[in-house]
Design a protein around this ligand. Structure first.
Ligand code: MN
Length: 748
C-alpha cells in the first residue's frame, strides 16, 4: 500500500504548491474511518481510495480532487457525515464527496429503464463539477482492475455497465487511455473467448513482426533528424477490444485485419506536424482515403491530431498519428488535461473553472442543460452511441421527469409508465403542448402531458394500441374490473326491483345467506351473475324468501293495468309511469327535468355504473320524458316515454327504471332523433330541408326516401341534436317552409 508521504510526493512532483496538510489530513481521516474494513480481495479497504487517488495523480489533478478521491467512500461506507467533512475539509470538498455518494447508489441498479434515469442523474451530478466525474471514473477503473476478486455472478453486470456507460463517458470526455483500459477489462469479462483468441493472435503476430515496430521507429526518427526535426516516435499494438470492434464493424476476420500497429509522432509545434506528415508520405506508400486532419477540424471531445496510414516495410498497414505535446496531453487525459492546463499554465485549485472553455466540458454542460430543461436528449444519445438506448425513446413529463419507453410507444404507454392510476384515468394527451391523439407514436425528447378524468376507465381497445407490457396488463385488469362493476350495479338494480315488486325485504345480508345455495363466492359475484343474465332474479328472490309465492299468483289479484299510475297528458302524448317506486307527479317532474333530486337514476351520456344505451330508430333526446328498461347483460336502454316499443315491456314492470336526464348544458354530445317529413315534389325541396337542418347545426345521419308520389315525397331523416329544444327549433322551422307539408317525430 502506498505510504502517506509517497502520495504527497506524487502530487507535489507536478504541483509544488499543493496543500500538503490537506492531503495528509484526508489520508489519515479516510484510513481511520475505513479502519479494519476489507475489500473482496482481502486487502484493507483503504487501499481502494488510495489507489483511486493514485490514478488521479497520473492525470495530474489538483490537491482537492486527490483529497476527494481519498474520502470518496467515507459517507457511504463509514460513519462519516457530510457535516463532519465540511467542518474538517471545507464545503467544496464536502459537496464533491456527497455528489459521489449519490451517484454511487446508481451502480446498484441494473434495470435498463432505470439506467436511463440514472444516467441522467449521473450527468446532472457531474455537470455541477467535473471533478465528480473524474473521481468516479478513477473509482470505476480501480474497481475494474480488481474485478476478478468479485464473486463471478456480480462481474457481468459491473462489466456491462462499464461498457455501456463509463467507458463511453470516458471517451466522450477525451480520456482515451482510461476508456481503452475500461473497455479491455470489461471485454475480457463479458466475452472471455473472443478476448483470448485476439490476445493469442496478437502474441503470434508480435513474434512474426518482432522487428517491425523498431524498424519503423528508427527509420522515421532518422529521416526526421536528417531534416533537423526532433520528434518522439512511439509504436504500439492496438488494444484487444479496439481490434474486436473493428472486426465486428467491418465483418472481417483477424487475418484480414491489417492495421494492428499504431505509431504516435509527437513534436513541438503545429507547423512541425505538417512537416512530419510530408516526410512520412515521401518515405512510405500511403493508403488512400485514410488521411484525416483533426488539427484543422478537432473532434467534439477536443481531440486534435493528424492521422495517416502507410504500407509498412513488410506490407502491413500501419497507422500514424502526428500531434504536438499539448495535443497529446488532451488526447490522453481529455478533460483532465484541461482541468490542469490553460494556455500552458498550471490551473491550480480552480479546476472546475478552468475546464469551462474545453469542448468536452461544453458538451457535458450542454447535454445536462438540455436534460435539465426537459429538452431533446436525442443529440447526446446519438453522440454517446450508448447501444443500450438505441431501441428506446426518452420522453419527459411536464415537470421534467425522464421516462424511457420502447420505440413505438404511445402516450398511453407513457401514462402507465408514470403511474397505473394515471394510465387508468387518462382521457387525452398533449405532446409538446399540442393536443394529440392517444395513438401518436412518441419520439425522443417529446414532452408528454396526460389529461385525466377521474370518471374514466380505460377502453378495452387501448390494449391493442399500447406496446408496453405494463400498460397492456393494467388495461386488461381495469377492463375486467369495470365490466364486473357494471354487471354488479345492473344486477343490484334488477334484484332490488324484483324484491320491491314482490314486496319482500332486500339486503346484502339476505344475499350473503344464500351464496352457497346459489353457488356464488361473494355478493359481488352474485350481483354480477344477475347482471350478466346468468342467474335469474326470480331464483334469487325465491332463495332469499322461501315463503315467496310465484309471481303469477301474486299478480293474479288486481289486473296489471290497474297497478299502473294513471295515464297523463303531456304534449298530447300519453305516457306511463311504473308502479311502486315513485309517484306519478314526481316522475313527471323528473322526466321534465324539473326536480333537482329524486329516486330517479341520473343518466350521464353513456357513462355511469350501468351500461346505458339509447333505443334504436329514434331514441330519446335530453328534454324528452324518458324511461329505462333493464335488460340483463345489456344494461339500461333509454326510451322516450311516448315510444311505441314500450308496449313490449308492459308485463315486465320490474324491468322499468325511472330515469332522468343529467346532462351538462355545455355537453357537446349529440343524440339521435328521427323525423318523418312530407315535402312537395319540386326542385329544391330536399335542399331546403337540408339547409334548415344545417343552419340550425343539426347533423344529418341518414335520409331515406319512403314514397315518391308525383306531388309529394315522404322521407325519414335521422339526425343528431343536442336536446329537445334544439330538435323542436328544427321541426318548427321546417314546418314554416312552404314546400314542407308535414313534419313529425318518430320514436322507435
Ligand atoms: Mn469506491
Amino acid at each position: 500500500m502506498m505510504r502517506q508521504y509517497e502520495l504527497v510526493e506524487r502530487v507535489t512532483r507536478y504541483n509544488p504548491d499543493a496543500d500538503e496538510a490537506l492531503l495528509n489530513k484526508a489520508y489519515v481521516y479516510a484510513m481511520q474511518k475505513h479502519g479494519s474494513q476489507t475489500r473482496a480481495s482481502g486487502d484493507p479497504y483503504f487501499s481502494h481510495p488510495l489507489e483511486v487517488a493514485a490514478i488521479l495523480t497520473d492525470l495530474r489533478l489538483d490537491d482537492a480532487t486527490i483529497a476527494v478521491a481519498l474520502l470518496h467512500d467515507t459517507i457511504e461506507d463509514t460513519d462519516a457525515t457530510r457535516a463532519e467533512i465540511d467542518s474538517l475539509f471545507g464545503e467544496e470538498i464536502g459537496k464533491l464527496v456527497e455528489g459521489l455518494t449519490k451517484i454511487k447508489r446508481l451502480d446498484l441498479v441494473s434495470q435498463k429503464a432505470k439506467q436511463a434515469e440514472n444516467f441522467r442523474k449521473l450527468l446532472l451530478a457531474i455537470a455541477d463539477d467535473v471533478r465528480v466525474l473524474l473521481v468516479k471514473l478513477a473509482d470505476r477503473l480501480h474497481n475494474m482492475r480488481t474485478l476478478h476478486h468479485m464473486p463471478e455472478h456480480k462481474r457481468g453486470r459491473i462489466a456491462e455497465e462499464t461498457m455501456e456507460i463509463y467507458a463511453p463517458l470516458a471517451g466522450r470526455m477525451g480520456m482515451h487511455d482510461m476508456r481503452e483500459e475500461l473497455e479491455d477489462i470489461a471485454f475480457h469479462t463479458l466475452n472471455p473467448e473472443a478476448y483470448e483468441t485476439i490476445t493469442d493472435r496478437l502474441v503470434d503476430l508480435r513474434e512474426r513482426n518482432r522487428d517491425l515496430i523498431l524498424d519503423i521507429e528508427t527509420t522515421l526518427t532518422e529521416r526526421l533528424s536528417e531534416r533537423g526535426m526532433a520528434a518522439l516516435v512511439k509504436g504500439r499494438e492496438k488494444r484487444p477490444y479496439s481490434i474486436f470492434r473493428k472486426m465486428q464493424r467491418k465483418a472481417i476476420g483477424f487475418e484480414q485485419l491489417s492495421d494492428i500497429y499504431g505509431f504516435r509522432v509527437t513534436v513541438g509545434t503545429v507547423e512541425a506536424c505538417y512537416r512530419v506528415l510530408g516526410v512520412i508520405h515521401t518515405t512510405w506508400p500511403t493508403v488512400p482515403g485514410r488521411f484525416k486532419d483533426y488539427i484543422s477540424t478537432p473532434k467534439q471531445n477536443d481531440y486534435k491530431s493528424i492521422h495517416t496510414t502507410i504500407v509498412g516495410p513488410s506490407r502491413q498497414r500501419v497507422e500514424l498519428q502526428i500531434r504536438t505535446i499539448s495535443m497529446n496531453r488532451v488526447a490522453e487525459y481529455g478533460i483532465a488535461a484541461h482541468a490542469l492546463y490553460k494556455d500552458g499554465e498550471f490551473g491550480g485549485r480552480n479546476i472546475a473553472r478552468h475546464t469551462e472553455d474545453c469542448r468536452a466540458f461544453e458538451w457535458l454542460r450542454r447535454t445536462t442543460e438540455l436534460l435539465a430543461q426537459g429538452d431533446t436528449p436525442e443529440e447526446f444519445l446519438e453522440n454517446t452511441k450508448l447501444e443500450l438506448f438505441h431501441d428506446q425513446v426518452f420522453c419527459f413529463s411536464p415537470k421534467g421527469r425522464l421516462i424511457a419507453l420502447p420505440r413505438g410507444a404511445t402516450p398511453i404507454d407513457f401514462a402507465y409508465a408514470v403511474h397505473t392510476g394515471i394510465g387508468n384515468t387518462c382521457v387525452g394527451c398533449k405532446v409538446n403542448g399540442k393536443i394529440m391523439p392517444l395513438v401518436t407514436e412518441l419520439h425522443n425528447g417529446d414532452e408528454v402531458e396526460i389529461i385525466r378524468s377521474p370518471a374514466q376507465t380505460p377502453p378495452p381497445a387501448w390494449e391493442a394500441i399500447a406496446v408496453t407490457g405494463k400498460a397492456r396488463a393494467a388495461i386488461r385488469r381495469a377492463t375486467r374490473e369495470s365490466v364486473r362493476k357494471q354487471y354488479g350495479a345492473l344486477g343490484e338494480h334488477i334484484l332490488k326491483r324484483a324484491f320491491a315488486r314482490a314486496d319482500k325485504a332486500y339486503s346484502e345480508d339476505l344475499l350473503e345467506a344464500i351464496l352457497d345455495l346459489l353457488h356464488q363466492a361473494s355478493v359481488a359475484d352474485l350481483l354480477a351473475a344477475v347482471g350478466r343474465g346468468d342467474l335469474s332474479a326470480q331464483l334469487v328472490l325465491k332463495s332469499a324468501h322461501p315463503d315467496y309465492q310465484d309471481e303469477r299468483v301474486a299478480l293474479s289479484g288486481p289486473p296489471l293495468e290497474e297497478g299502473w299510475f294513471g295515464l297523463k297528458q303531456g304534449h298530447g302524448l300519453k305516457f306511463r309511469i311504473p308502479p311502486g317506486e315513485i309517484d306519478a307527479d314526481k316522475a313527471a317532474a323528473n322526466a321534465n327535468g324539473e326536480a333537482e333530486e329524486g329516486p330517479a337514476l341520473p343518466i350521464r351520456g353513456l357513462s355511469g355504473d350501468i351500461p346505458v344505451t339509447f333505443a334504436p330508430d329514434g331514441g330519446a333526446v335530453p328534454g324528452d320524458r324518458i324511461v329505462g328498461i333493464l335488460t340483463p347483460s345489456e344494461g339500461l336502454t333509454i326510451y322516450p316515454i311516448q315510444s311505441p316499443s314500450l308496449k313490449e315491456f308492459d308485463d315486465q314492470t320490474e324491468r322499468w327504471v325511472d330515469v332522468r336526464w343529467d346532462i351538462d348544458v355545455n355537453n357537446p354530445e349529440r343524440f339521435p332523433a328521427r323525423l318523418d317529413i312530407s315535402a312537395a315534389n319540386e326542385p329544391g325541396s330536399l335542399a331546403t330541408i337540408a339547409q334548415v337542418i344545417g343552419e340550425n347545426s343539426g347533423n344529418i345521419d341518414n335520409v331515406k326516401m319512403m314514397q315518391r308520389a308525383s306531388d309529394f315525397h315522404q322521407m325519414i331523416i335521422d339526425l343528431e341534436v343536442w336536446d329537445l329544444k334544439h330538435l323542436n327549433r328544427i321541426i318548427n322551422q321546417l314546418r314554416s317552409k312552404p314546400n314542407v307539408s308535414s313534419v313529425s317525430r318518430v320514436n322507435g
